[in-house]
Design a binder for this molecule. Structure first.
Ligand SMILES: CCCCCCCC/C=C\CCCCCCCC(=O)SCCNC(=O)CCNC(=O)[C@H](O)C(C)(C)COP(=O)(O)OP(=O)(O)OC[C@H]1O[C@@H](n2cnc3c(N)ncnc32)[C@H](O)[C@@H]1OP(=O)(O)O
Length: 218
């Protein structure tokens, strides 16, 4: 694919990049990285993806969009940093911590007893027939299941397995209740359950195992 192969994505961590093996040495949450309008920038990208999903451009318009995107990509090329210092994933004031790859969610309540979030799948999360793609539902469960494990153990966990049971269709563009909680744990193994509801209707359920990482584990 044009543009991708030469790109150096994996910017090496610098002296001030706080990480320990495969995870952050401290939680490194911030509301400042990327500046006060970073959230709006992410939102505009999501809106663009919504439009791309449904647009059928003329060849001339596609060329024009390509030229505009090349200019934007060149601007961001001047500002690439390593993953540990990127705002994405650490901006706790933004939906999904400012992580563009996640379905946008807001945390209503979170702690050792579990996480209560509101997730809204976007038009670009379309699977077919007007409803969400199951893979995007699984991503939401993975992140919020991992968060429930992290808040229970006070550290970072990685997904061992994750099973989603799709019980009914998951709508787009509607705030849905996603809950995750640690059902039990044995040593480093955290068994996490989750539910996704549209009002009273159960859309999907999760059954997952998260493994607590050892200090410095990659
Ligand atoms: C300071 C405070 C912090 C608070 C923070 C709060 C805020 C949090 C904010 C934001 C949260 C964000 C959350 C994000 C979440 C996303 C998570 C992902 O998507 S992770 C990517 C996908 N997963 C992988 O890529 C894993 C690949 N696999 C591995 O790396 C390893 O297999 C790993 C680490 C999972 C386990 O490897 P080993 O060597 O460390 O451990 P071994 O000995 O193999 O397993 C430990 C025990 O678990 C069992 N186990 C492991 N995997 C299993 C499996 N798939 N099924 C069943 N059992 C399994 C084993 O049998 C063993 O059990 P026995 O101790 O013997 O009883």
């Amino acid at each position: 694919m044009k543009g991708a192969p030469d790109q150096q994505w994996n910017v090496p961590a610098g002296e001030n990049s706080q990480h320990e093996g495969g995870f952050r040495a401290d939680l490194a949450v911030t509301t400042e990285r990327g500046g006060p309008t970073y959230g709006e920038m992410i939102e505009q990208v999501r809106l663009f993806m919504d439009k791309v999903r449904y647009a059928s451009p003329t060849p001339a318009l596609a060329d024009e969009v390509i030229e505009d995107l090349k200019k934007l990509n060149a601007k961001l090329d001047t500002m690439l940093v390593d993953e540990w210092t990127s705002p994405s994933g650490t901006r706790i004031d933004l939906p999904s911590r400012g992580n563009i790859t996640l379905p946008p969610y807001e945390i209503r309540d979170g702690g050792p007893d579990g996480v209560d979030a509101t997730v809204t799948f976007r038009p670009f999360h379309l699977g077919g027939n007007g409803v969400a793609h199951g893979g995007h539902v699984a991503i939401a469960f993975d992140d919020l299941g991992g968060m429930a494990a992290a808040l229970k153990l006070g550290g970072v966990a990685r997904t061992g397995y994750l099973t989603v049971n799709y019980r009914s269709l998951t709508p787009l563009q509607k705030p849905l209740a996603l809950r995750t909680w640690v059902e039990r744990f044995e040593g480093r193994k955290y068994f996490v359950r989750g539910t996704l509801h549209d009002g009273d209707r159960l859309c999907a359920e999760m059954d997952a195992l998260f493994i607590a990482l050892k200090p410095g584990q990659a």
